[in-house]
Design a protein around this ligand. Structure first.
Ligand SMILES: Nc1ncnc2c1ncn2[C@@H]1O[C@H](COP(=O)(O)OP(=O)(O)OP(=O)(O)O)[C@@H](O)[C@H]1O
Ligand SMILES: [Mg+2]
Length: 447
């Protein structure tokens, strides 16, 4: 990971505190999932190096809440995932050569526990976990095969859950011994703050109090902040960490780190890449610093040039990228252009000026007027925003309040990566004429 040293340290510290759930909020695609996963893995490694007495084990599965999801089913998924994680890591830890001087008493008790003694290799390469009273459950090991735990006949869900609970208790029974780090990711997919709160409240006593489990929540658009308004959850949550965009200056080392990770000769690969790193930095700004969309678009671009004569000169690369960018953004724009009114487009143009940098409150319509040739009224402003949200060019943040009908004026909106790309096409075509004083904040556009 590049550019996240401070964040990694904060997340690791929070995961080590056993009292509260670690919470991360940030724009879509900024790197929340990677941050929490890497932090959990570093915690695990720190234990192996003897730097901390707490053993934190990153869960091999991450969890996602579903709209109208079933609470019991979700809990079942979690306990199955935890069982898989413990089995996988038991294998790894068994082979691990402990550095001299580090005593790991609870690992020994885990590996020698009566429950794991019941773990037998089966013919298919999986394990059967069982005890005489509870029956048996078959667990496939290895990431690729580990999609399902198949509870066989007679093995009740409750039985499996209590087996895993007792297992966790045995390993992490002493508070502060550590736990399995489980992540509930993409909570914003529940679409409303109240749906997220309701679902998590229902899970609270079933999951968030289990000893030996450490929880982390990730979500975008303020959904994590909106959880704080639930009296049933607040005491369980740490203050959300706002994960911000990686600074554009960290992008070249970030790209090079990926080249180093994924190739044996990074320098040659950088030379052969059909795209210049400087162009990637520009593209990063164009997609409103959305790392996921940047990497996705870069991939798309590179795919188009596979098989071309290699290597290209910098100038050639740059020209090809420019041509591709224009084509890609103009096509996106043309598909949407006639679907909303010209005035709705004006909202996007003004939102992308330096005044707002892509994020604004619905109550800001009067400030929009100060830099616009189009006049915004409250009612029409609301309608135009809805149109832009429908096309996926704006996204709405979750509000902090309990009630869902608190009124439009509190809502906060952000331009999505798609919105930023379409806006780029408008600027290139000089169609953003509603902006009274265009401000240059994306240097690739030369109007
Ligand atoms: N600090 C980093 N260094 C290198 N690569 C990173 C870094 N942070 C994120 N990435 C890469 O950027 C992409 C997006 O990151 P990630 O999936 O963690 O974002 P996210 O915020 O969880 O996105 P979403 O909101 O869509 O779930 C991934 O491909 C990831 O590998
Ligand atoms: Mg994510």
């Amino acid at each position: 990971m590049v550019g996240r040293d401070d964040d990694l340290e904060i997340v690791a510290k929070r995961l080590h505190k056993h009292g509260k759930i670690t919470c991360l909020d940030g724009h879509v695609g900024v790197g929340k999932t990677s941050l929490v996963n890497v932090a959990a893995y570093k915690c695990y490694k720190a234990y192996l190096k003897g730097e901390t007495p707490q053993l934190l084990i990153p869960s091999t599965t991450s969890y996602q809440l579903k709209k109208d999801g079933n609470v019991d089913q979700f809990c079942q998924e979690v306990f199955q995932g935890v069982a898989r994680t413990l089995l996988n890591f038991a294998e790894e830890l068994r082979d691990f050569d402990m550095p001299k001087g580090i005593s790991l008493p609870h690992i020994n008790s885990w590996l020698n526990s009566p429950i794991i003694q019941h773990v037998n290799s089966s013919l298919t390469g999986g394990f059967s976990v069982g005890s005489p009273q509870l029956g048996q459950v078959h667990i496939e090991t290895g990431v690729a095969k580990a999609s399902q735990v198949n509870p066989s006949a007679g093995f009740a869900q409750g039985g499996f859950e209590s087996l895993v609970r007792s297992w966790l208790h045995e390993i992490f029974g002493v508070q502060g011994n550590g736990g399995v780090v489980c992540i509930i990711d993409n909570i914003e997919l529940l679409e409303t703050g109240s749906a997220a709160r309701r679902t998590l409240e229902a899970l609270r006593d079933k999951l968030f109090t289990v000893s030996g489990l450490r929880w982390a929540f990730c979500g975008a658009n303020g959904v994590i902040h909106s959880l704080a308004s639930s009296p049933r959850l607040t005491a369980f949550l740490s203050t959300p960490l706002d994960v911000s965009n990686i600074h554009p200056t960290a992008l070249p080392p970030l790209i090079r780190a990926r080249l180093a990770e994924f190739s044996t000769d990074p320098e040659r690969v950088e030379h052969q890449l059909p795209i210049e790193i400087d162009d990637l930095v520009d593209l990063y700004l164009l997609v409103n610093a959305n790392l996921r969309d940047l990497l996705g678009l870069a991939d798309k671009f590179c795919e188009e040039w596979t098989g071309m004569r290699q290597p290209l000169t910098s100038k050639e690369k740059h020209a090809k990228f420019d041509k591709w960018l224009n084509k890609a953004t103009f096509e996106k724009y043309h598909k949407l252009q006639s679907r909303i009114s010209e005035n709705a487009w004006a909202v996007l143009d003004i939102a992308m000026t330096r005044q707002f940098n892509g994020t604004f409150g619905a109550g800001d319509y009067s400030s929009f007027n100060s830099n616009s040739t189009v006049s915004f009224e409250k009612s029409t402003f609301a309608r135009w925003i809805r149109d832009l949200v429908k096309l996926g060019l704006l996204s709405k943040s979750f509000d902090d309040s309990q009630s869902e009908d608190d009124g439009f004026s509190r809502d906060v909106f952000s331009v999505t990566a798609n919105g930023a790309l379409v806006h780029y096409a408008r600027r290139k075509k000089n169609e953003n004429f509603s902006v009274a004083e265009p401000v240059e904040w994306m240097r690739r556009v030369h109007v």
